[in-house]
Design a binder for this molecule. Structure first.
Ligand code: ZN
Length: 127
């Protein structure tokens, strides 16, 4: 499998040389599932940050296919989350990003290439 350019599922949003921001699209095409991937080089090395939108686990306890049950269930989940923040100061959530095999390969190769490029450009800027 070869890295693609342009790459399936990986889009360059911004390229500032030593910092590049990518959009990593979810295979299901819901933009709420997309990740923002930042690769940044500074004097201490290269850092990678992933930003994602997390949602309540509103499907938990879902047993009826009813609008009013879903409204009630959604309110219960919000109260549970608010209570968890109130009591523990944190909540546990999870995010799923679905990728094809080709996209996963592109994602990995993008990370490898971005960290090398950002580091090289950062070094060049300080010469
Ligand atoms: Zn998705």
């Amino acid at each position: 499998m070869k890295y693609q350019a342009p790459a399936e599922g990986i889009m360059v949003h911004n390229d500032w040389g030593d910092t590049v921001r990518y959009k990593v699209a979810c295979e299901c095409s819901d933009p709420d599932h997309d990740h923002q991937l930042w690769v940044e080089a500074d004097d201490h090395g290269v850092s990678v940050s992933i930003y994602a939108t997390v949602k309540t686990d509103s499907w938990t306890g879902h047993r009826l296919d009813s609008f009013w049950f879903n409204v009630y269930n959604g309110i219960c989940q919000r109260v549970k989350l608010a209570w968890a923040v109130w009591v523990t100061g944190q909540v546990q959530t999870e995010v799923t990003l679905v990728m094809t095999e080709q996209q996963a390969h592109n994602y990995a190769e993008t990370l490898i290439r971005a960290q090398k490029n950002c580091k090289e450009i950062r070094k060049g800027a300080h010469r």
